[in-house]
Design a protein around this ligand. Structure first.
Ligand SMILES: Cc1cc2nc3c(=O)[nH]c(=O)nc-3n(C[C@H](O)[C@H](O)[C@H](O)COP(=O)(O)OP(=O)(O)OC[C@H]3O[C@@H](n4cnc5c(N)ncnc54)[C@H](O)[C@@H]3O)c2cc1C
Length: 343
């Protein structure tokens, strides 16, 4: 198999995309939009700029980069122009959303231009698309807050509020509501992506999950293919596949109105090999025995985090929807009964 670099993938994607560039539809209600300028060039931060250092690493400080410039576009047109400039000059691009990458995909020594999406973070209901639109630089926390406060809906994504939708959605996106509602990408209706044609022309494309959409493959590539691979996502649209009407409050799942939350901890110092094996076994067994959609515990999620030994303990974070029949009383400490039930 011939090795393919991430940039070659970015520049080669549009070969499979047949549509002409489209402009995103108007937003009915938008939140989080910073002031937009009409200028075509994105804001540029150079190495001499006071902002440079803070924009050349993400949440994991293990990785940092020394790009020639960071571009902070505030519109799809600015993303197209920034990508075009870099491609024309033969410069390697990376894209930053919320900065929570586990690897050096963004902050890589070979990267010459970082496209930082943090100025594009609007969350809106888009009546024309009958879906919620979320720009590629928004964080999960911003998305949840607007969707919930304005329309009482949510997506079953991760609990870390500062993770970006840019990388999270493209990777699938799971969280505490996934046992009830699946993955975030189960609700992905469309993506607006800036891609580069084989002849080097950058353009934006909208790809939907509609069966007759000629760009459907590009939508599909964004349902788990990973961020930074197929282009720069400027906007996502979300709608449940089973939604029928136009009322925004029915287009996505409603979150539980109340949950019980608790944490259990097993210090590594008290876990020998047999105890650790029993803990992992019991955790897996419980999930296996309660994996059916008819399980009374679909509203219960327990996330096991065996951290490094230097960090102290094995953590189990538990969340339970109180509306589920037989959910234990209202005291958050009443469930689970004790650490011995698992370990
Ligand atoms: C503390 C923490 C908690 C987490 N919790 C969960 C969880 O509960 N559930 C879960 O599913 N995952 C979780 N993750 C994983 C997280 O979803 C991924 O690391 C995700 O890729 C982060 O996205 P980001 O935009 O914040 O990161 P970034 O570092 O900005 O980007 C990650 C990747 O996506 C690309 N990318 C970012 N934005 C765009 C864009 N607009 N267009 C194209 N490509 C883009 C980047 O180029 C890079 O390759 C967690 C990660 C961390 C660090």
């Amino acid at each position: 198999m011939t090795p393919v670099s991430r940039r070659r993938l970015l520049t080669g994607t549009a070969a499979a995309v047949g549509a002409t560039a489209l402009v995103g539809p108007a937003e009915a209600v938008a939140s989080g939009s910073p002031a937009r300028t009409r200028q075509i060039r994105a804001l540029t931060v150079a190495p001499t700029d006071v902002r440079y250092s803070g924009l050349t690493s993400g949440q994991n400080q293990l990785f940092s980069s020394r790009p020639e410039a960071i571009r902070l576009p505030n519109s799809t047109a600015q993303v197209v122009a920034a990508v075009q400039e870099a491609v024309t000059a033969g410069k390697r691009i990376s894209v930053r959303g919320g900065g929570h990458c586990y690897e050096n995909f963004v902050d890589h020594p070979d990267v010459k231009v970082i496209i930082d999406m943090s100025a594009m973070r609007a969350v809106a209901h888009d009546a024309r698309m009958r879906a919620f639109s979320v720009e590629g630089g928004a964080t999960l926390g911003e998305m949840y807050q607007v969707m919930f406060r304005q329309w009482g809906v949510t997506l079953p994504g991760g609990a870390c509020y500062s993770v970006g939708v840019g990388g999270h959605v493209t990777g699938g996106g799971y969280g505490n509501l996934s046992r009830l509602h699946g993955l975030v990408v189960d609700y992905l209706y469309a993506v607006e992506v800036v891609v580069v044609d084989p002849d080097g022309r950058a353009r934006s494309v909208i790809a939907t999950r509609e069966a007759d959409d000629p760009n459907r493959d590009l939508w599909w590539a964004h349902t788990g293919g990973g961020g930074g691979t197929f282009g720069v996502v400027t906007r996502y649209w979300f709608r449940s596949p089973t939604a029928t009407g136009t009322d925004p409050s029915t287009l996505l799942p409603a979150p539980p109105s109340d949950v019980l939350v608790t944490w259990l901890q097993w210090p590594w110092s008290r876990l020998n090999e047999a105890a650790f094996t029993r803990l992992i076994h019991n955790y897996g067994l419980w999930n296996e025995q309660n994996s059916s959609p008819t399980s009374p515990y679909t509203g219960l999620t327990a996330r096991l985090e065996p951290g490094p030994k230097t960090a102290g303990s094995v953590l189990l974070a538990v969340q339970m929807d109180t509306a589920v029949p037989n959910a234990p009383g209202s005291s958050p400490t009443s469930w689970p009964p004790s650490t011995t039930a698992w370990g």
